[in-house]
Ligand binder design. Sequence first.
Ligand SMILES: [Zn+2]
Length: 73
Amino acid sequence: MMLPQLPGFERPKRKPPRVMAKLYDAGGEVGKWICYRCNRCGWDSGWIDQTHKSDTEIKRGHPCPECNMVSDG
Ligand SMILES: [Zn+2]
């Protein structure tokens, strides 16, 4: 049986939540060197320079390229 299509009741296509690799380690005497690690797949960013990012952005994490399968600069 087909349900009647209700007008204006189309489910909005929401992007699935991005998997964020979490802040794993931080350091560096010059600049902000950050290491992110994904809790889901274990992806490790290695040490990357995040000097251009704010502390808030860094704490938010880094989108995991393995879980999201996107090239997101
Ligand atoms: Zn991942």
